[in-house]
Write a protein that binds this ligand. Sequence first.
Ligand SMILES: *Cc1c(COP(=O)(O)O)cnc(C)c1O
Length: 390
Amino acid sequence: MGDLIFLSAALEEIKEQNLYRRLRTIQGAQSATVHLEGKKVVLLSSNDYLGLAAHTLLQKAAIQTLERYGCGAGASRSISGTMEPHRVLEERIADFKGCEAALLFSSGYMANLGLLTTLVQEGDLIVSDEFNHASIVDGCRLSRAEVWIYRHRDIDHLEDLLKRSSHRRRLIVTDGVFSMEGDIAPLPAIRELADQYGAMVMVDDAHATGVLGHGGRGTVEHFDMMGRVEVQMGTLGKALGGFGAYVTGSRDLIDYLINRCRTFLYTTAPPPAIAAMALAALDIVAREPQRRKNLWENTSYFKEGLERLGFDTGMSETPICPVLIGDNSLTMEADHRLMARGVFVQGIRPPTVPPQSSRLRASIMATHTKKDLDYALEGLRKVGKELNLI
Ligand SMILES: *Cc1c(COP(=O)(O)O)cnc(C)c1O
């Protein structure tokens, strides 16, 4: 056997820093309350914002598609893996986002890696918000472009960097909703700077798709900027309750990705049932605005509750409600005590967030009842007092 002894030493070090991660297994389907190790807990750690992950219409769509089209796609999209449900979904997403075309990816992570490595190359510049998602960070690294980081949502800093750049091509990339802060990118100001300095804009709408905007179309709709962002991506695995991701923009953008994007070309096409789930989810998003309304009402209710208790929720403007703590071990102690009280709110530590900014990250769902939220707030109050957080 190869000598993997360095791994046990590295794991020891991770444990000493209170950064060790364990997987928690949910029993049964995803829901606002779930069973975990035999115990019922209120789930405040899921990105299933609209409660669609176990919706019967998504299940039915998937089952029907499995029966008609089988399980796997058998090849990459560019060989023989493109099937009717893929195409139907892509047209539907383009329509939903008001763009010319869209392309399905296996995951948001792969979409970001693919976009960033395809849109820019050596000699180009990516300007990236410091709190952008890890998949953007990795895409930047792989791209061979120069990468300049601007302070979180700091438009003046972004302008400074753009002023200094003399690169051939420039790409500004930002999360629409920041996944650990729950705040929203200043997209109108970013657009203005991009126009002024001749840069492209790419928005990652992983947490905004189905959540932000009158029709749930994301950050661009939220700011009334439909048609004014050249590259948008989002996941089908969060508010849309399934799996996979999309990129949407101009016909040329999509055709270029089909020809050049390595994370699209060199991987097996997603199972057609995945596409059917997303189609069913988009139907619900269009037909049931009440879900979005419930989500936002629950969010206000919960956030007001947290603030009344004296917790620091940072700059959150969305269903992502961070409870800022700082210390790693204190954060995980709070996480464990809450779980013991039947509240599943995941502690988040570096490298997911910067050092000394560990936090509990509560995310709200449309399907939480007032009772669920009151129960969670009461747990947070008790644990907050026990640990002197409030
Ligand atoms: C979750 C997430 C992704 C990755 O999407 P997956 O489909 O889960 O791979 C990308 N960007 C952001 C901001 C995310 O939160």
